[in-house]
Write a new protein. Structure first.
Length: 430
């Protein structure tokens, strides 16, 4: 039985797609290739922006048109918030929101076998266990879901619900499982990682990290996006561990105090700056990524330039720039969309250009410095500090295996328009 997955959005969705497939794989399902017909298709959606919603609908329609005999199921964040819109698309078999996502494999199995195959009904968002990566080398591990923040622009709390944490011991068991199965990199994912709580209700993210690091001998650890208030001395001390990737993605959103307040973000530009400066002082080769929203209601050129100035000053190696879009049900919705679309587009392109420049600056400083890299399934290398590229000597690939750690030295890079640079590496001389 063949199945295809289309996964959009964040690393949480990619982990959950791996989890859905792991259940079906155990029952005899296999992934269809791009040009192969499938009996079932799952579209795992995102709803972070209006553009994401449009992309969701296009992928759903294309999946139906290109696979007329397949049953198309839709899940994820957009399925949670806009179920009726998706159900109105002719050819969609069924729609399951995030609160039903973990039941989807059993629904597909019931359809396949023509009857009830399992009475399992669960809303446990951490029901995926022993999940190995499919189609990618590094593994995602979901430790937290949902968000209690009330950022005025964000629709995700309505899509993911309030914050919940995975059982502490279960997380450690999954880390052991991944390491024992030769997974070189484990990336912790969640909507708000730093919010992670113990069963007692106390904050437990740093405790969890310390316990994970005590387990790691082979695998390395990376964390996905983390909120600014959670980047403190405790986290930086733990990052000194040799298996902790020197990488932080910390969303700024705006460098303007006025706009941050309107966004209902819980930090001041000065406190953000101080946290980043401390991190860079402790780890000079730290790869810093961030998010920025441009065109938020009330953002003038002055506020935009405050954001650009801070991004430049702090030297982020990667900037994800988004144009503000009104999200249904958010507290910013009644304010409207006050910045013209052309101006938002200009600001996004400007920040994309800045990101490419800063990324090249970071790459330049990395040249000649020994790095640990993992060989990806597509032949690319990813270093611990998130440089990506290829080996300069193609003959070296003959002796290497996907997922293998290798020591490399960055030698050069190619600048791509408004994108991350493509690095060239040499194997470390023996």
């Amino acid at each position: 039985m063949k199945i295809k997955f289309h996964t959009l959005g964040c690393r949480l969705n990619f982990f959950e797609t791996d989890g859905l497939y792991s259940i079906l794989k155990d029952k005899g399902f296999s992934l269809a290739s791009q040009n192969e017909e499938a009996e079932y298709i799952v579209v795992n959606t995102c709803t972070v922006t209006n553009k994401a919603d449009v992309k969701n609908r296009n992928i759903i329609r294309n999946a139906i048109r290109e696979n007329p005999r397949a049953k198309v199921y839709v899940t994820g964040c957009y399925a949670q918030t806009d179920k009726q819109t998706i159900e109105a698309i002719p050819g969609v078999a069924a729609v399951y929101g995030n609160d039903e996502k973990s039941n989807l494999p059993y629904k597909i199995l019931e359809d396949w076998e023509g009857g009830l195959v399992s009475s399992k009904i669960t809303t446990d968002r951490f029901s995926y266990s022993d999940v190995l990566p499919e189609g990618h080398t590094r593994a995602y591990l979901k430790i937290q879901d949902g968000c209690n923040r009330k950022c005025s622009y964000c629709k995700i709390p309505s899509a993911r619900g309030l914050g919940v944490s995975r059982n502490y011991q279960d997380v450690l068991d999954q880390v052991r499982f991944l390491q024992d199965n030769g997974v070189g990199e484990i990336q912790l994912t969640g909507v708000n990682l730093g919010w992670y709580k113990l069963e007692s209700g106390e904050k437990g993210f740093l405790n969890l990290l310390e316990s994970i690091l005590n387990i790691l001998e082979y695998s390395r650890l990376r964390i996905s996006s983390i909120e600014p208030p959670d980047v403190g001395e405790g986290l930086l001390d733990l990052m000194s561990h040799s298996r902790f990737c020197k990488f932080i993605h910390i969303p700024l959103q705006s460098g303007s105090r006025k706009i941050l307040k309107a966004m209902k973000r819980t930090y001041h530009p000065d406190s953000f700056r101080l946290r980043v400066q401390k991190a860079k002082m402790k780890f000079p080769d730290l790869f810093l990524g961030t998010d920025a929203i441009v065109g938020f209601p009330g953002e003038t050129e002055v506020e935009y330039l405050e954001t650009k100035s801070m991004l430049t000053e702090l030297g982020f190696a990667k900037i994800h720039a988004f144009p503000y879009s009104i999200r249904k049900g958010t507290s910013a919705e009644p304010v409207g969309d006050t910045v013209p679309g052309d101006e938002k587009k200009r600001r996004v392109l400007d920040l994309m250009s800045l990101s490419a420049e800063l990324n090249a600056n970071y790459a330049t400083k990395s040249i000649g410095n020994l790095q640990e890299a993992i060989l990806e399934s597509d032949g690319r290398l990813v270093t611990a500090n998130y440089l990506k590229g290829h080996l300069q000597n193609k003959d070296d690939y003959k002796y290497l295996h996907t997922g293998q750690f290798i020591d490399v030295v960055p030698t050069n890079f190619t600048k791509l328009p408004n994108k991350e640079v493509e690095m060239q590496f040499n194997l470390r001389a023996s």
